[in-house]
Design a protein around this ligand. Structure first.
Ligand SMILES: [Zn+2]
Length: 294
């Protein structure tokens, strides 16, 4: 396999789809495994080794759900042609081809990881490993979260390629311009409007529904936010109610910092003059369901 073929596999993993719901299980498990290869671990990991780190990532960076299932990608990645699952004893044929439970994985001492040729390629070409990790992050998460995810699993992303991909995330300058103009170059939450000359500083056009989830580059899917509120929005620490009030998640804790934010809690945001440019309820609802830590 060469570099292009391998990156192609990472670009085309099949992700469980139901409406607009996010399912970041496979990308997150692959990122954990890439970090493990980078750190010189064995090719295959036991289910026990990945369960806890994956559970933690799903809780922090996945949608809020009643139950989380780290066992799903451990099993289903084998259909993506880059994953190998091995066990001491073969799994019995399962009704509906359902995945085994965590207990079954443990009982059978299941191990999984990249195919041998892919593992060897990454071992000999560490920059291609970083590229694969960047591809996954770029495709499944907004750029505000990339460093946080990488830090949590100890993944080192520093390459030239990273810089290329970061510049790719500045996708549509027209979107940025249109959103900032609609909100008169202010943060919709805190009214931050610092400029140097004519250039706003620390002001960004956020997507309410992530580009990675099919959110379009249109003003009703945008919010003009300062860097801090952009990050809080993408991380699910804040969201907007249907009445355009900003609310802070109960899961966001802190003493001094939270106090600076509390005055905005339940506060109406500053909306565009033109009501056709207001945030669309469809995108707001997606954010509350799929990103907000409610
Ligand atoms: Zn702000």
């Amino acid at each position: 396999m060469d570099r292009e073929e391998i990156l192609d596999l990472f670009q085309h993993i099949t992700v469980w789809k139901k409406g607009d719901q996010r399912a970041p299980h496979k990308p997150l498990l692959l990122l954990i495994m890439l970090a493990r290869v980078q750190q010189g671990n064995d090719r295959l990991a036991s289910y026990d080794e990945i369960e806890e780190p994956l559970e933690k990532l799903l809780i922090e960076f996945g949608p809020s759900r009643k139950s989380i299932h780290p066992e799903l990608p451990f099993w289903y990645l084998q259909y993506d042609d880059l994953w190998e699952l091995s066990t001491d004893a073969p799994f019995r044929k399962r009704p509906n081809n359902r995945q085994p439970s965590p207990k079954e994985f443990r009982d059978m001492d299941a191990h999984a990881g990249f195919r041998q040729d892919i593992y060897s390629h990454f071992y000999h070409h560490p920059t291609d490993l970083t590229s694969a990790a960047q591809e996954l992050l770029y495709q499944h998460f907004p750029s505000t979260l990339h460093e946080d995810i990488a830090d949590q699993i100890g993944l080192d992303l520093s390459t030239e390629r990273e810089k290329q991909l970061v510049s790719r995330t500045v996708r549509d300058p027209a979107f940025r311009q249109a959103v900032l103009a609609a909100y008169e170059y202010r943060c919709a939450v805190c009214s931050w409007d610092i400029r140097i000359g004519d250039t706003p500083v620390g002001l960004e056009a956020a997507h309410i529904k992530w580009v990675q989830a099919g959110g379009p580059d249109v003003v009703p899917n945008g919010l003009s936010l300062c860097s801090l509120h952009h990050k809080l929005l993408d991380r699910g620490a804040i969201t907007l109610t249907p009445e355009y009030r900003m609310i802070i998640s109960e899961q966001a804790v802190g003493d001094c910092s939270l106090e600076t934010q509390l005055p905005y809690h339940q506060n109406p945001i500053v909306l565009p003059v033109d009501h056709r440019e207001y945030p669309d309820q469809i995108y707001l609802e997606w954010h509350r369901m799929e990103v907000y830590r409610g």
